[in-house]
Design a protein around this ligand. Structure first.
Ligand SMILES: Cc1ncc(COP(=O)(O)O)c(C=O)c1O
Ligand SMILES: [Zn+2]
Length: 412
């Protein structure tokens, strides 16, 4: 693991060597940022070397990941998800350059596969036997997917409110599922205590410094897929804030390597009831817990576990936060599906709802290059999607009823 120079604490900025910390800052328990030897990497990673690499997965960035070679990489293909230029959706908002990054196309159908793939490989390479993690659902489903073929299956703590599709994924992939009779925040703390007591390796978002490392690969892909043009704005939904801070780590890593020469503004989209990051940004203070209530289960978080890093990403990128109601999130599901052909789960569609809000408040200019990240696939939570759309038309088994319905619907 020599390529990691060490860690820097997000809270107190103390630095420590690569073997001096496992999860959080030895001084203040803040989350850690991984620091690389950028001078050395500058010579190894160039635009040319990247474009010559035939690997169409996140492992094309192995040089910039906390892993020693290819041993223990999960056998499924993670990352290099499509980035669509969507003229129809863009024109509805008066935007000329709107792009949708569809991370629901990952193996377990969410962005979280990026983090779980890196943590699972790291666990294999460092000889960790049992991996555990708490999750609103997707991080767990992705860890279960990445480790499905392992002799020791991961142990997962999920709140009892996790949608059935995510629970099904966990059980199908053979994980040990602990359905916690409480919230995600309670599941998170319980998982941490269990890892301390039993010596399990903890994948918890933000607490494990390598989740952010996996997530940063999405920013790398955006730069490459846009032919090295850096977008003006990137919209992403925020729960714990680890995807947001991961994206910022990705853009700043590429900037430090001289691969890009500008940085985007990041926009955090939060649900109105789960808006701890947006509130802290507005008040200029620390993150305080909120109710965490929203139908977008993946971003239903009371106390964001990577909140400080998310706030820093927003401030450093000169970005901002938007909050959207559950109604706006629901309306965004069919709008995104019919405008850009991408079916998103509520937390994925929230990014688009945030863009709609920002555009109507005049915060986005016609010529801005905008990327929205769809972080999870719509099939993850069909019952929420059904709340956003009508019921199908009932028809009998005879042509006469088909004719009547077709005429009523003005289809003929
Ligand atoms: C689909 C989806 N979108 C957004 C998020 C929010 O990511 P973070 O908790 O890192 O802010 C999650 C996290 O579970 C997610 O699963
Ligand atoms: Zn610290």
């Amino acid at each position: 693991m020599k390529k990691i120079e060490g860690f820097r604490c997000i809270e107190c900025e103390a630095e420590c060597g690569p073997t001096e910390a496992k999860y959080t800052c030895p001084r203040c328990e803040g989350n850690l940022q991984v620091v690389y030897d950028y001078l050395r990497l500058r010579k190894r990673l160039t635009r040319k070397s990247l474009s010559a690499d035939p690997d169409k997965s996140l492992w094309r960035y192995l040089e910039l990941l906390p892993l020693a070679g290819r041993g223990g990489l999960p056998p499924v293909s993670v990352g290099w998800t499509p980035l669509y230029r969507t003229r129809k959706l863009g024109s509805e908002l008066g935007l000329k350059n709107l792009y949708v990054k569809d991370d629901g196309r990952n193996p377990s159908a969410s962005f979280k596969d990026r983090a779980s793939a890196v943590v699972a490989a790291r666990a294999a390479q460092t000889g960790e036997k049992t991996v555990a993690g708490a999750s609103t659902g997707n991080a767990a489903a992705s860890l279960a997917c990445m480790m499905a073929g392992n002799p020791t299956k991961p142990i997962i703590f999920v709140p009892k409110t996790a949608p059935p599709a995510k629970l099904a994924q966990l059980l199908v992939y053979g994980a040990h599922v602990f359905s916690v009779g409480g919230t995600y925040d309670e599941a998170f703390d319980l998982c941490r205590k269990a890892c301390d007591e039993f010596g399990w390796y903890n994948r918890n978002t933000g607490y494990n410094p390598f989740t952010r490392e996996g997530k940063k690969t999405c920013a790398f892909e955006i730069c490459e897929q846009m032919n090295w043009r850096v977008p003006d704005l990137v919209f992403v939904s925020v729960g714990d804030g680890n995807i947001l801070s991961g994206l910022w780590k990705g853009f700043t890593d590429f900037y430090a390597l001289g691969l890009i020469h500008e940085l985007p503004k990041l926009v955090a989209v939060q649900a109105a009831g789960s808006n701890a990051v947006a509130l802290a940004l507005k008040n200029g203070g620390a993150i305080r817990p909120v109710s965490g209530k929203t139908l977008a289960d993946s971003i239903s978080v009371s106390l964001p576990r990577d909140g400080t890093a998310a706030l820093r990403a927003l401030r450093e990128s000169k970005g901002y936060a938007v909050t959207v109601t559950d109604q706006e999130i629901l309306a965004a599901i069919p709008a995104l599906a019919q405008g850009a052909n991408v079916f998103a789960e509520p937390a994925g569609a929230a990014a688009y709802a945030g863009l709609v809000r920002s555009a109507s408040a005049g915060r986005v200019r016609e010529n801005d290059t905008v990327v929205i990240i769809v972080t999870g696939n719509g099939l993850k939570d069909v019952s929420s999607a059904m709340k956003a759309v009508g019921r199908p038309h009932k028809v009998g088994t005879d042509m006469a009823s088909v004719r009547r319905l077709a005429m009523r619907q003005r289809l003929v």
